[in-house]
Write a protein that binds this ligand. Structure first.
Ligand SMILES: Nc1ncnc2c1ncn2[C@@H]1O[C@H](COP(=O)(O)OP(=O)(O)OP(=O)(O)O)[C@@H](O)[C@H]1O
Ligand SMILES: [Mg+2]
Length: 238
């Protein structure tokens, strides 16, 4: 049962339930970019991101990565374990793109010799600035051991998802994860994995199938999200 709303973000609402250790997350069609400067609705996005996350999280769980996912409840809703979100966005990159390319002057699409894990402070007002793990420890956002666990889990997510998407004709360029702390102190993967939070390029054409279509006004945003849901639930090719 959905009780009072606990948080409303740009893409989801989080509700308390009768179980203090569980929340219900409701996925919205709202989309924002550039720290909320650009706002619109992407028709069907809430249902698609709910479905993609609900498909991938149990697979990650089976691959040994603890997650907040409990069950999908409806088109837009899922039940999750309640966590205290660590205010650090964890970005894993396989290929140079976005802010990495801009910051370092590396052409988008450049394959990286090894995956790169980056950390940003989750703060809309500050524009999610880049930090390192020393910053997170110094400011009491997470402990040293929690951060090494987070890095290990983020790389395991990458090791699972990269071949998973490759088998479905998708180049997993980069993605953003959020981790949380359960009431008993366990670090688990929270939030979502969707075209809002990943860069997905068609492996054959490099066509973008993610939120960059919205950020960069490329058109075909709804179609790209729908195509990603089809690819995610499809069996692997070849
Ligand atoms: N299992 C969970 N327990 C508690 N909070 C969660 C859980 N999973 C996700 N959240 C939080 O729910 C909030 C709403 O999600 P949404 O994606 O809409 O946020 P957002 O607009 O991206 O903003 P934020 O910058 O806070 O992430 C976020 O703060 C997210 O960290
Ligand atoms: Mg979000």
């Amino acid at each position: 049962m959905k009780l009072e709303q606990r948080y409303e973000g740009k893409a989801k609402r989080v509700y308390a339930t009768e179980n203090p250790h569980e929340y219900i997350v409701e996925y919205k069609d709202d989309a924002t970019a550039f720290n909320g400067v650009k706002k619109a609705q992407i028709r069907g996005k809430g249902e698609i991101n709910n479905a993609i996350t609900a498909h991938l999280f149990p697979l990650l769980e089976a691959a040994g990565i603890p997650t907040h996912f409990v069950e999908r409840l409806s088109d837009r809703e899922q039940r999750v374990r309640a966590v205290e979100i660590i205010p650090v966005e964890v970005i894993v990159r396989n290929v140079a793109a976005g802010s990495f390319s801009e910051r370092l002057g590396v052409e988008e699409g450049t394959e990286l010799r090894r995956p790169v894990v980056e950390y940003c402070y989750k703060s809309d007002t500050l524009g999610d600035p880049l930090i390192n793990t020393d910053t997170a420890v110094a400011l009491d956002w997470a402990g040293e051991e929690e951060l090494s666990r987070i890095r290990e889990l983020a790389l395991r997510v990458r090791d699972f998802l990269t071949p998973y998407f490759a088998g479905r004709g998708i180049r997993l360029v980069d993605f953003k994860l959020e981790f949380g702390r359960t009431h008993d102190g366990q670090i688990i993967l929270a939030d979502e994995i969707s075209p809002d939070t990943c860069r997905f390029w068609d492996a054959a054409t490099n066509e973008k199938l993610d939120k960059d279509r919205f950020r960069r006004d490329l058109g075909g945003v709804e179609d790209a999200y729908a195509e990603m849901l089809r690819r995610v639930i499809a069996p692997a090719q070849g």
